[in-house]
Design a protein. Sequence first.
Length: 188
Amino acid sequence: MKVKVILGTAREGRKSERVAKYLAKRAKELGWEAELIDVKDHLLAYTHRWKVTPDMERYRAKILEADALVIVAPEYNGSYPGELKILLDTIYDEYEALPLGIATVSSVAGGVRLLMELRTAAVNYRMFPVGQVLFYNVDDIFEGEELRDEKYGERVERLFRTLEKYARALRAIREEVREKLREKTEGV
């Protein structure tokens, strides 16, 4: 199983980076092939998905090989960061039937409003939001890169078990969609 962990903010000093790195590391420990996709490496100025740039194509290729996604983002003004929105909007059909885990990072409300916004967006992209972990006060629950709070560890493990279950169940749909995308791209 392959999971892509999308770090959804490019802000300097981002606390969500610790969470994203932890999730990618934990996924590997649980037997997943995990890759961290940092929005900072895909800073785009527009969302015109009909004019595909090489950077957009690299992102697209990563999503097409995924069995599941996890988006890690902080809550910005009751929603998610603009650079994450732009990245997500560069493709559309490629997300179909991907189970999605959401990890929110916030010191106040844990990212509840962000969670609602991302779940709504994910359904629009035809992803399946199947679980979430809300990370409150990252400085209190992490010691450097290591998670100190076992309850979070249990929640993360449950998230990956749920993602795997849905990834297996939705595999046939993803393969059908991806085959149609290949045919369209190759002009068959």
